[in-house]
Design a protein. Structure first.
Length: 141
């Protein structure tokens, strides 16, 4: 049963609202994410535990029959074969409780997302520098 969630709770409080078995599974997901992204900031977003590293990385949530994992990957082609056995939609993966959690896959997805966020940040910074240089050049002409 899902805990009644207020907007101010933390991940520990969120997880404590579930059955002992679901808590164990949610803690496995949480620990896996933290190990894969030790510099990420753990926050609550959309009433779920979430992780930020140069932007949002991933979210997860507990439900009655599954754990929702939200890696914010619009195109899961990189992990298509490994995700084939799971229900998924754009940006969401459901890990059912009848099979072991794919913790190594979760770790690899988090690592991929970290690299993706860093790349986006570097591209944005490069674009800003180019724009600044172009503006400076235009002012001088």
């Amino acid at each position: 049963m899902k805990y009644k969630i207020s907007k101010t709770i933390d991940p520990d409080h969120y997880i404590s609202g579930f059955s002992a078995e679901m808590q164990r599974l949610l803690l496995q997901v949480r620990t896996t994410i933290i190990k894969a992204a030790p510099d990420a900031e753990e926050v609550m977003r959309y009433q779920m535990p979430a992780y930020k590293y140069h932007g949002m990385l991933v979210y997860f949530a507990g439900y009655k029959n599954n754990i929702g994992f939200y890696p914010m990957i619009s195109d899961t082609v990189m992990f298509k074969e490994e995700l084939a056995m799971f229900n998924k939609s754009k940006g969401a993966i459901q890990f059912t409780l009848d099979i072991p959690l794919p913790l190594q896959l979760i770790s690899r997805i988090v690592t991929f997302r970290m690299k993706e966020n860093l790349t986006k940040e570097m591209l944005k910074a490069t674009h800003q520098r180019i724009t600044s240089l172009n503006n400076l050049s235009l002012r001088r002409s």
